[in-house]
Ligand binder design. Sequence first.
Ligand SMILES: [Fe+2]
Length: 441
Amino acid sequence: MRVRRACAVPLEADSGMKRNQKASLFSQKIDRVALVTYFLGAVVPLVALTVVAEHYVLPSLSDRNAALGLIALVVSIALLSLASFVILRRVTRNTLASMNADNARLASLLDVSSKLAGAQHVTEATSRCARSALDLAGAPMAYVFLRTSGEEVTNLAETRGENAEKVYQKIHAPLGKLVDLVLSGGRPALSDDPGLCSEGASGMSAAVVPIPGERAPVGALAVVRARSAPFEPAEVDALSTLAALASVSLSNADLRDAQRNFFSHVTDIIVHALDSHLGYHTGHSERVAQISNRLGRALDLDETRMERLHFAALLHDIGMLKIDRSQQMSRKVCEKHTILGHRMLSHIRLWQDLGPIVLHHHEWYDGSGYPEGISGDAIPLESRIIGLAEAFDTMTNVASYKETMSLEAAMREVDDGAGTQFDPRVVEVFRALVEQGVIEA
Ligand SMILES: [Fe+2]
């Protein structure tokens, strides 16, 4: 990978690898093998040669100079082999250190890859990317810049590191130039720009890599550390790989955000259509969703279930849209709204999970509800939550009742229904939330 430098400062031999050069067990083993090889291949033959020379060759040599010459030759060979051993050992150690550093980066990137893949939002993806860059480069500061789609504006989307924000105030101008350079060229850049060097006696060194997009970079990842530890090409390569992984993660997270946006607005449209179709239920679905969200949170549902609960609560009566206004007063007809709602949602792949929740939101805990008469834990927990939220809101808010109930009266109804209509555990949490003022009529 070609690395562009913002100003002509050569890369130094110093490396991040030196910081972590702790001989691994493998390198110690290689050292031992090299030492044994040296003894067997050089020391032992030399000792044997010396013994042979002393006992058989030297006595037969009459010339003293010839004898000295032979000894000098043996000593020279010994010194040369020792020097070769030292050089070989050093080269081996450096190679192993380099391999260890590469392996560590690879392991780190694999770890990062799985973390980035799980990012649900763009902000989560940028945060994970910046945090991983800190670990990968052993740097104290990392920044993620993102281009606003359709515009030529680049925003600082994420700042990581203890003093990252403070330092950014001082280096934002030269760093911004470097980012522009990377975004326009699409290649990584290193900098020892004087502007970056103004921070402290040792100054700063920055590596900026593009976050690739379909046609052009969608952003840049910048890592900043002390100038005394400039970035090596291998480190920049690792950062580029991280940026490429981040690009996929950002793209997926963006898609998820778009899906959420779509569902949120489509749900809003449906809920308003439902309100106007039912006439007397204004705001019912939103209030049921609000109560359900609070109950779900108190019952420790994870994020995925919380999201499902939220949408199911908003759409729990969607089946009523299929019931003609003229038949809305018929209890028997209205009871079909659970089955109709389930059927409507089952055709939408991304909402299929909501179907069973909507289907069972009128089941009773003792099995005397509808449409299937299932009981206890066989009823999805989300349905039990929505069932209670819906009943409470109907008692306290819905204008179809001749007289809406007070909070106290509604709570008595809820308490009476614990174990028959409602799940006692959900009622217990509900009562606690009402007492804390988290749920109100
Ligand atoms: Fe309902």
